[in-house]
Design a protein around this ligand. Structure first.
Ligand code: SF4
Length: 729
């Protein structure tokens, strides 16, 4: 199938400084947890996008000096020749497919905690970071400013040696150049502070020096937050946002603008979760700067619709489409549009689970929609290619939630004869419940994509509405192998992580106790005053609270955790979720848990009510500290309990107990995937379903095969060597 001609504009080449980009698909810098230390993962992930048709692909933010070290988070680094070698592997993997390689040169100022390097960063003024507490910078004097600009220049030269075609001087997300530009950070009174021209000087000069050094070989890009969303205290889109683009245009120091909004402390205003921001949410903010720009402009907004992408260019609002999350969820978007395979696009759901891994620091990025993201190198997974099975055996997959859908899809792609059986009338499992929460409708794309793919696979039979299968039905089904993907449910008795026990008085069969399933799927009646109990810490409790507040209920939410939904801090949803709770009058009670529940009343206790020191000496049968007895009583009409999730594993337990019958019934093996094995993120359930299907011929796919670990191997050369130091004291 050919692409629709209305999308032709997306495939027109465009000149960026001395480079030509083959089309308008640009992967903006985004983190994956690989940096320069995991060159295989870095090249594997970015190279896959080049194979998928992207015209340009960038690194994540790339530190130019140990003075800007973001450890515990993982940035790329271009500090020395070792980094040049490692990043060269990435650029080679892009050039092989005709994509340009971009590098985002980064100096964080006070936002760089420097936990590995132990260096002290410079900034325009001596300030503490509002993003990274306990992190201060030292005010740069004019000598230091020259030093900083030289760091950018030397890093740019190394970048060109590493094969990069586009070199950023990165100032968005409130990093150093923007700190000089913004009144919020810059309190100087010399030639680099005060007036707009003075505050702009550092960035303009740095861009000019970098351009003079490498501009004949690489395009010079600026990632610029045209509005920091602080009002007059920061940069405003229609004032200094436009003025800076005009000034840089007059100076001729920028070949490409990469525009966005927001700062680093709340960068969910840029990488907006779908809960709050739909595709295209930044366009009104960047339009003014686009009009002022004399060179190509790109911008992100989590676009997944080819019509919208083409419209942005036709309307003159962008020259190039920038993508981060959509390129993770589907590295083959450009190829699929080019080939007219629109229905195969795996759309990002805007959950920001990818970002959560970077925010946590350390672990590699994962993706809810794309289980192969970041597994390209270490597990050798290709998102669009599957090794055909050497055997034609049949597989019964029980349960069509996230794990079951994905497992059946991948087994189908691999050529197995697959039967996917779902008790309910539709596939989707827990997603069918999740999409009912306020703002989470886009998460339904997890199901839509898989429904389309399953429908295409002739060797996959999907049966819905078949009711819960029994062990006898499974053993008699005639399948060679079975994968159970029966999911999990919310505890009906208050079982929780605090004390690993039920809560006295919680029983979902009572009229005033309600589980999420009963509320959303069974329409159990709920009174006016509702107490929501959250023992999960992610989206469920807070979403239930909002769902009920939207229906006019008076809602309190209680959790044992130190804050409501702390995981949403990592997905960048937290600030606006807290604004939402404040605006909708949802009352928060944190660090409390339940002692007991009675009709109309919950008795809760402060988690730290016991004595603050251990009693001297052990005493059998006693708490080793003064036992607190203070409680608070919380009246309610209905208590909604999301205290903990329980595996739906009764089928497995019965089948496991009847293992001796398997051979006679010609069942070779039974595995478990997703929440029925252990409840987790939706991303984890999809990953497990995917992994088991990929490793189905291994001795026991229940247990993961090893992957390539990237780390220094003792006895091999390092960069830099200890002898590269000027001084060995
Ligand atoms: Fe999109 Fe979620 Fe995947 Fe991130 S994790 S790319 S937000 S689907």
């Amino acid at each position: 199938m050919a692409r629709n001609p209305k999308h032709d504009i997306l495939f027109e080449p465009i000149q960026i400084g001395p480079k030509t980009m083959k089309n308008r698909f640009y992967q903006v810098p985004h983190c994956i947890g690989a940096g320069s230390e995991k060159p295989g993962t870095q090249a594997g992930h970015r190279g896959m996008k080049a194979e998928g048709g992207w015209g340009a692909v960038c690194t994540e933010y790339c530190s130019i000096s140990p003075e800007s070290d973001d450890c515990h988070r993982v940035s790329a680094r271009i500090w020395d020749e070792g980094d040049v070698i490692n990043l060269r592997h990435m650029t080679d993997s892009l050039h092989k497919h005709g994509a340009l390689a971009g590098i985002e040169l980064w100096y964080g100022g006070a936002h760089a905690p420097c936990m590995e390097s132990r260096a002290v960063p410079y900034g325009p003024s001596a300030q503490a970071s509002e993003f990274e507490y306990l992190s201060y910078c030292h005010e740069a004097d004019v000598d230091d400013i020259n030093h900083l600009q030289n760091l950018y220049v030397e890093a740019a030269k190394r970048a060109v040696r590493a094969g990069f075609d586009i070199v950023y001087v990165y100032g968005a997300h409130s990093y150093l150049p923007l700190q000089f530009l913004s009144k919020f950070y810059n309190k100087r009174t010399d030639g680099y502070g005060g007036s707009f021209e003075n505050r702009a000087r550092f960035w303009i000069e740095t861009l000019g020096k970098v351009k003079a050094a490498v501009g004949h070989e690489a395009a010079i890009a600026a990632r610029f937050a045209v509005d920091t969303l602080y009002g007059v205290d920061g940069v405003e889109a229609l004032d200094e946002g436009v003025k800076f683009v005009e000034l840089a245009g007059r100076e001729g120091v920028v070949d490409l603008w990469d525009l966005n909004v927001g700062d680093i402390a709340e960068w969910g205003e840029d990488a907006g979760p779908s809960r709050f921001y739909k595709a295209g949410h930044q366009r009104n903010w960047t339009d003014g700067a686009k009009k002022a720009a004399k060179v190509p402009v790109l911008g992100v907004s989590r676009e997944t619709s080819p019509d919208d992408m083409a419209a942005r260019i036709h309307e003159g609002r962008l020259d190039i489409l920038g993508f981060a999350r959509p390129s993770i969820a589907d590295p083959f978007i450009p190829s699929k549009i080019e080939q007219g395979r629109y229905e195969d696009i795996r759309e990002c759901i805007g959950c920001n689970v990818c970002i959560s891994r970077w925010e946590i620091g350390g672990p590699p990025m994962i993706c809810t929609q794309n289980a192969t993201a970041n597994e390209e190198y270490r597990r050798g997974w290709h998102p669009e290619k599957f090794t055909k099975t050497p055997s034609k055996s049949s597989v019964l997959v029980v349960g069509a939630g996230p794990a079951g859908m994905e497992c059946a899809r991948v087994l189908g792609e691999r050529g197995y004869d697959v039967h996917l059986r779902e008790a309910e009338g539709e596939i989707g499992g827990r997603i069918r419940k999740v999409v009912k929460y306020p703002g989470l409708a886009e998460w339904g794309r997890v199901v839509t994509y898989r429904q389309v793919q399953l429908d295409k696979l002739k060797n996959v039979d999907v049966h819905v509405g078949v009711g819960k299968m029994t062990a006898d039905q499974i053993l008699d089904y005639g399948a060679d192998k079975v994968v159970l993907a029966t999911g999990s449910h919310w505890a009906t008795n208050g079982n929780n992580f605090v004390n690993h026990s039920p809560v006295a008085g919680i029983d979902a069969s009572l009229p005033y106790v309600c589980t999420p399933e009963q509320l959303l799927m069974e329409n159990k009646p709920v009174g006016d005053n509702v107490l929501v109990i959250d023992g999960d810490g992610y989206f469920t409790g807070v979403s239930l609270a909002e769902y009920l507040a939207d229906r006019g209920k008076k809602v309190k939410i209680l959790t044992a955790l130190g804050g409501i939904a702390p995981y949403t801090h990592f997905t960048l949803e937290a600030p606006n979720l807290h604004r939402m709770m404040y605006e909708k009058g949802i009352h928060e009670i944190t660090s409390h848990w339940l002692e007991k529940v009675e009709p109309g009343k919950a008795t809760a206790y402060y988690l730290y009510r016991d004595g603050y020191k251990r009693n001297a000496g052990p005493k059998t049968g006693d708490l080793p500290r003064r036992a607190g007895t203070d409680v608070v009583e919380l009246p309610f009409d209905t208590i909604v309990v999301a205290t903990g999730r329980i595996c739906n594993d009764s089928l497995w337990r019965e089948l496991s107990a009847r293992r001796s019958e398997w051979e006679k019934k010609e069942v070779q093996a039974i595995y478990q995937a997703g929440d029925c094995y252990a409840p987790g993120l939706i991303a984890q359930a999809i990953f497990e379903g995917h992994r088991i299907a990929r490793e189905f011929e291994s001795k026991n796919p229940q247990r993961a095969q090893p992957w390539i670990r990237e780390r220094q191997v003792w006895g091999h050369e390092t960069f830099p060597k200890i002898t590269d130091r000027e001084v060995i004291g």
